[in-house]
Design a protein around this ligand. Structure first.
Ligand code: NAI
Ligand code: MG
Length: 354
């Protein structure tokens, strides 16, 4: 079967790592013999925004709907305010294509050292399920002026029963599918007394539908401590758009580097294409140097292959990645000396073997 994949490399290292991911996906398809990819690239980026005044053309979202999956690099560049770039490209895609779940797995890969001393390969085996459609990133609010022209800005979080129930059900199903069957729900319902209290209430309700899943609740501040000091007590984690955004950067750092971590923006109904991207941004500080770590991009590609139904190929790609890190072919952020191209070629070579 031929899958139509649209790539949006975007800005900075998004371009390098998308190119690397496409090379690896092409190699994987060739070796598997059971599926093929047909790639179409969109040049939607901050540079193009500065030239023509928009990130996506007017029918951009409709264009994306024609594909089987979307592969995204990163968006954001110092010349454009970050809220313009995020709201010009990535957030509208997540919202319009029903991608209400953002799945962010973590694991210490073979050959990679966690900054936590008791955590070796296979540890920090977490899945963070991030609510991806509402909450703090609903985009509601505004700026106005109060007395003496002091600026006032509101940033309104929106939480809906529909949105909360569907993210919890997805999180419970994820927890149930994993050996430990354990789900931790994160809020800040002591201080955020409306939306987060609704999270607590609905969590209690849905918990009854999943008697086989062990649950507990954490406040987000305490959660950072637990992730760092008692990481082995965690398995599946569900949190809001903002909280999970922050916790997943921490999870990435604890597993070795922000450059490793993958994410899947899923429409679980499969009405629209889902989108796969590493969690890192465009990294202007290392852009154009050819030294970006492509592993987060490869892992995201593996999750795309899994979503399209090829579990064995996805596992094969993960094994290839870990064989390469174990062989110490790593980028600078992992204390290695290899560049993006060398790591990519090594992974392609391993794909032929596994
Ligand atoms: P960032 O993730 O781009 O970079 C943070 C630090 O991690 C930098 O020192 C960078 O060099 C390093 N880093 C990130 N990815 C790496 C990789 N693959 N290999 C080696 N080192 C890596 O986050 P930052 O600096 O906060 O944001 C830069 C731009 O990216 C901003 O415009 C921001 O809005 C945007 N951004 C976009 C995202 C997206 O497209 N989904 C996500 C996060 C940020
Ligand atoms: Mg983030």
């Amino acid at each position: 079967r031929v899958f139509k994949i649209v790539t949006i490399p975007g800005d900075g290292i998004g371009v390098d790592i998308t190119e690397a991911a496409v090379a690896v996906l092409q190699k994987l398809a060739a070796v598997s013999g059971t599926f093929e990819f047909e790639f179409t690239e969109k040049d939607w980026s901050s540079k193009k925004y500065q030239e023509r005044g928009y990130y996506m053309p007017e029918d951009g979202l409709d264009q994306l709907k024609k594909f089987d999956a979307i592969y995204f690099g990163a968006v954001g560049w110092p010349d454009v305010p970050d809220h313009i770039s995020l709201w010009g490209l990535i957030l509208p895609i997540r919202n319009a294509l029903g991608q209400y779940v953002n799945v962010r797995p973590t694991r210490v890969l073979r050959g990679i050292t966690s900054p936590l001393k008791d955590c070796g390969p296979g540890d920090l085996d977490w899945v963070i399920v991030r609510e991806n459609s509402e909450g703090e990133y609903a985009g509601h609010g505004g700026t106005t002026h109060g007395a003496f022209s002091h600026a006032i800005a509101t940033e309104v979080s929106i939480f809906t029963r529909v949105g909360i129930e569907r993210i919890f059900r997805f999180a419970f199903e994820t927890a149930r599918s994993r050996p430990r069957k354990k789900l931790t729900m994160v809020t800040k319902s002591n201080a955020q007394r409306h939306g987060m209290v609704l999270w607590d209430k609905i969590f209690t309700e849905i918990t009854k539908e999943y008697p086989d899943v062990e649950t507990d609740k954490m406040l987000v501040d305490a959660m950072t401590v637990r992730m760092t000091l008692h990481p082995k007590t965690l398995d599946t984690i569900v949190a809001t758009n903002l909280h999970a955004d922050i916790l997943s950067d921490l999870a990435a750092a604890l597993s070795g580097s922000i450059g490793i971590a993958p994410s899947s923006n899923l429409d679980p109904t499969r009405e629209f294409p889902s989108m796969f991207e590493p969690i890192h941004g465009s990294a202007p500080d290392i852009a154009g140097k050819g030294i970006a770590n492509p592993i987060g991009a490869f892992w995201s590609a593996a999750e795309m292959v899994r979503w399209l139904g090829f579990t064995e190929a996805a596992d094969g790609l993960m094994a290839a990645i870990e064989n390469v890190t174990e062989a110490e072919i790593k980028t600078k952020d992992l204390a290695g000396a290899s560049d993006t191209k060398t790591v990519t070629e090594a992974v392609c070579k391993e794909i032929e073997k596994v």
